[in-house]
Design a binder for this molecule. Structure first.
Ligand code: ATP
Length: 198
């Protein structure tokens, strides 16, 4: 079974694209969402986060205090790397266990930092969802009720589209004047057709 990675900048439309693949019957592993859940439920992660960041990293209901954690790691790349080193291996194991249970010609692994983390190397092919910075800003401001400055800060913390385009096997253009469904159907056809020879 082929593993297809989907990535893209904040607000590019990764989740929207994945919903279409899902409608086509393709199982989607939402790595960022699963990582968030595992931080609340996995005992090993819990222990390591408390030892690295202190007990106050968990709220009284034992869910991660995401605001507190973001405040600590946002401007400290070394702590962010340590956080990732705790969470990513558990997410990866969960992903491969999940893959073993799927019965489809291919599966999708959706992650915002697929290229940055190096995990794209575990994928057979990758797709980058590309949308102009201006549209991404407008969409995220509307969706998350964030200020322009905060959205720009997040964009600046990620890779650029140029960097993603260089590594991606397929590009989906999700600007306002483009239709994503025909692009997705085309890619789906190619993956199904070439799957056996890759
Ligand atoms: P994030 O990385 O922040 O999770 P994402 O890449 O998964 O974002 P989505 O959540 O799919 O992006 O899309 C961002 C917002 O833009 C959502 O509110 C979505 O409904 C909207 N959106 C996505 N594609 C389009 C489009 N083609 N036209 C208009 N709005 C769109």
């Amino acid at each position: 079974m082929l593993k297809i990675g989907i990535t893209g900048g904040i607000g590019s439309g990764k989740s929207t694209v994945c919903r279409v693949f899902s409608v086509l019957g393709i199982p989607v592993f939402e790595a960022d969402l699963i990582a968030k859940k595992l931080m609340n439920t996995d005992d090993e992660i819990h222990k390591k986060l408390v030892s690295l960041f202190g007990a106050e990293v968990y709220l009284p209901d034992q869910t991660v205090d995401r605001k507190y954690l973001a405040g600590i790691v946002f401007n400290d790349p070394s702590l962010l790397a340590q956080l990732n080193a705790i969470v990513h291996p558990v997410v990866r194991k969960t992903f491969f266990d999940w893959c073993d249970k799927q019965k489809s010609p291919y599966i999708i692994h959706e992650a915002a930092i697929l290229f940055e983390s190096g995990f794209y190397k575990m994928m057979d092919k990758t797709i980058a969802v590309v949308t102009s910075e201006n549209e991404r800003i407008q969409r995220v401001m509307k969706r998350d009720k964030l200020t322009l400055e905060l959205v720009k800060e997040r964009i600046n913390n990620q890779w650029s589209d140029e960097e993603r385009i260089k590594l991606a096997d397929f590009i989906i253009n999700n600007n306002d004047n483009e239709l994503i469904i025909p692009q997705i159907i085309e890619i789906d056809k190619k993956i199904r057709a070439y799957g056996k020879v890759w």
